[in-house]
Design a protein around this ligand. Structure first.
Ligand code: PGA
Length: 247
């Protein structure tokens, strides 16, 4: 069965004080078990693991495509795994647009993450310009194809996709549930072409201004299997509402 996930992407936010109070407050909510994941800044992985308790998995926001070696400033997937990370967000639009990451590099990172037994949360999405030019499907499906070239998951919990329209990230503008579902349905078709029955069960998350007030409508769509959340994952109160919406 396709799993539903609620994943918080903290980006370059939350210092140690905020991490401590976030998990303290979240624990007081006594959430039932679920697929609740948090990606703090990599430098805070150990603290987040220690404070988060059993109900949360912790992961990273990026990793290198390389093995150990002379790559100053990079983050090694094997070291993330060793530290206790469960997953890694790859291909986020901020990595693509600010740091110039190409489909090819993202593909190499996905492969490296899987070899290191981290679950890639692979992000794709079109810009406003591309949407307005009627190129949404071409762009998104192209990113999926290129990013998954030679990637062969054997279980549904080995790979997660996240559709995040760039125009909806951090802007307060959410895609409507119908707009998102249209893209998710096309991604689903492609995943079935690529992976057969397994492709029908891989989780496809939506991301872009998800918040307590719009999450239920999005999650009600058959091919929206959870959310990747930036802003609304920073507050325990909001994040706990989002987690509850996955039950
Ligand atoms: P947002 O960010 O929820 O703040 O729009 C989503 C993301 O970047 O993953």
């Amino acid at each position: 069965m396709t799993q539903t996930y609620m994943i918080g992407n903290w980006k370059m936010n939350q210092g140690l004080k905020e991490i401590t109070s976030f998990f303290e407050e979240l624990k007081s909510k006594s959430l039932k078990p679920g697929n609740f994941w948090i990606a703090p800044q990599a430098i805070h992985l150990s603290q987040a693991l220690e404070l988060s308790g059993n109900n949360f998995k912790v992961g990273a926001q990026n990793c290198s495509e390389q093995n150990f070696g002379a790559f100053t400033g990079e983050i090694c997937a094997d070291s993330l795994k060793e530290l206790g990370a469960h997953f890694v967000i790859l291909g986020h639009s901020e990595r693509r647009s600010i740091y110039g990451e190409s489909d090819k590099l993202i593909n190499a990172k996905i492969k490296k993450a899987m070899v290191s037994k981290l679950v890639p949360v692979f992000c794709i999405g079109e810009t406003l310009e591309q949407r307005e030019a009627g190129k949404t499907m071409e762009i998104v499906l192209g990113q999926v194809k290129n990013g998954l070239e030679g990637v062969k998951p054997t279980r549904t919990d080995e790979l997660i996709l996240a559709y995040e329209p760039v125009w909806a990230i951090g802007t307060g503008k959410t895609a409507t549930a119908e707009q998102a579902e249209e893209v998710h349905t096309n991604i689903r078709k492609l995943l079935i072409e690529l992976y057969g029955a397994l492709g029908n069960e891989l989780s496809i998350l939506y991301g872009g201004s998800v918040k307590p007030s719009n999450v239920s409508e999005l999650l009600a769509m058959p091919n929206i299997n959870g959310a990747l959340v930036g802003g609304a994952s920073l507050k325990a109160e909001d994040f706990s509402h989002l987690c509850v919406a996955t039950y």
